[in-house]
Unconditional design. Structure first.
Length: 145
């Protein structure tokens, strides 16, 4: 059973920038959760093999972290088996989260860090852009799904 969440080694600098240099996120966990949400929203999931120091899964036991991982798996697979606390589907759920986080980190790196933009301002803009794409029509049509 998976007991850690991997951080993609190729985005170590991005995570350090977000957490330490700019201080946007208090922890790597928070940066990964945000990146996974962004990756999912933009449909960007990136597989990776090389990992930097993983984060113990117990760190993701916050009020929303585990729920977010569960929702991500439900949206992706439409299978409640991914809610189980162990087993192959549990491991696949963690991998799915890691890959969406990697995708989100890639978006952040390519659209904010590489061009040298103001990270705080641009992350706020990213959040506002994502919110603007969501409408009440989305909520209503989701009820029938």
């Amino acid at each position: 059973m998976v007991d850690r969440v991997r951080k993609p080694a190729k985005h170590t600098d991005t995570l350090n920038f977000l957490k330490d240099d700019v201080g946007i996120f208090a922890s790597y966990k928070d940066a990964l959760v945000f990146a996974a949400a962004l990756g999912f929203s933009r449909g960007k999931s990136v597989e990776f093999d090389k990992s930097s120091e993983p984060i113990p899964l117990s760190v993701f036991r916050g009020e929303y972290d585990e729920a977010f991982m569960n929702i991500l798996a439900l949206f992706e697979h439409k299978d409640s088996g991914y809610l189980e606390p162990e087993g192959e589907k549990f491991d696949a759920k963690i991998k799915l989260f890691e890959e969406y986080a990697c995708g989100g980190l890639e978006i952040i790196k390519n659209t904010i860090i590489d061009p040298g933009l103001d990270a705080q301002g641009e992350l706020i803009r990213l959040i506002l852009d994502e919110e603007a794409k969501h409408t009440i029509i989305d909520d209503i049509t989701a009820l029938g799904a």
